[in-house]
Design a protein around this ligand. Structure first.
Ligand code: SF4
Length: 151
């Protein structure tokens, strides 16, 4: 683990940056095999509740499910995030951190193979648009990690 972290910090395979551009396809808002989690910590729930004009408790009850170890995820219905409608995010301005930072998550960046399998194979945004620098990638990874530290 320590060894892998050092590699990530010093000279990751993506040190020259990665090309990625959101095309608005909505595919990252769909369940993928075993994965259908959009974690929302208390700060994100507050922000979403405020955006929708709801009390936090009402928002939590209506739009989230309790998942592992007390963490909450946005609810999925029919294989899609509850906020995806007609291919568009209905809470774009208040969307959770992990939605904003995808695909620059540690698990997707562990190796070129992980990037290929978890991102490039299904997202039309991979390999398109401007190069996202290593600095920006690291910032996205840190932001995602910090969001995951709270329930
Ligand atoms: S909150 Fe919005 S961006 Fe995030 S998964 Fe749901 S629909 Fe997609």
């Amino acid at each position: 683990m320590e060894e892998r972290k050092e590699t990530l910090e010093e000279s990751p395979w993506w040190a020259e940056g990665l090309a990625f551009e959101c095309t608005g396809c909505g595919k990252c808002c769909l369940a993928r095999e075993h994965y259908q989690y959009v974690y929302v910590n208390i700060h994100e729930r507050r922000k979403l509740a405020q955006h929708l004009g709801l009390a936090v408790a009402a928002f939590t009850q209506k739009y989230t499910d309790l998942v592992d170890a007390g963490y909450r995820s946005l609810r999925f219905e029919n294989g899609a995030c509850i906020f995806l409608q007609d291919g568009l995010c209905q809470v774009h301005e208040a969307k959770p951190v992990q939605c904003a930072t995808w695909p620059f998550w540690e698990e997707n960046l562990e190796s070129p193979e992980a990037w290929e399998n978890e991102v490039a194979d299904f997202s039309p945004g991979a390999g398109r648009g401007p190069l996202i620098s290593a600095k920006e990638i690291r910032a996205a990874m840190k932001k995602t990690e910090r969001a995951g530290d709270s329930k």
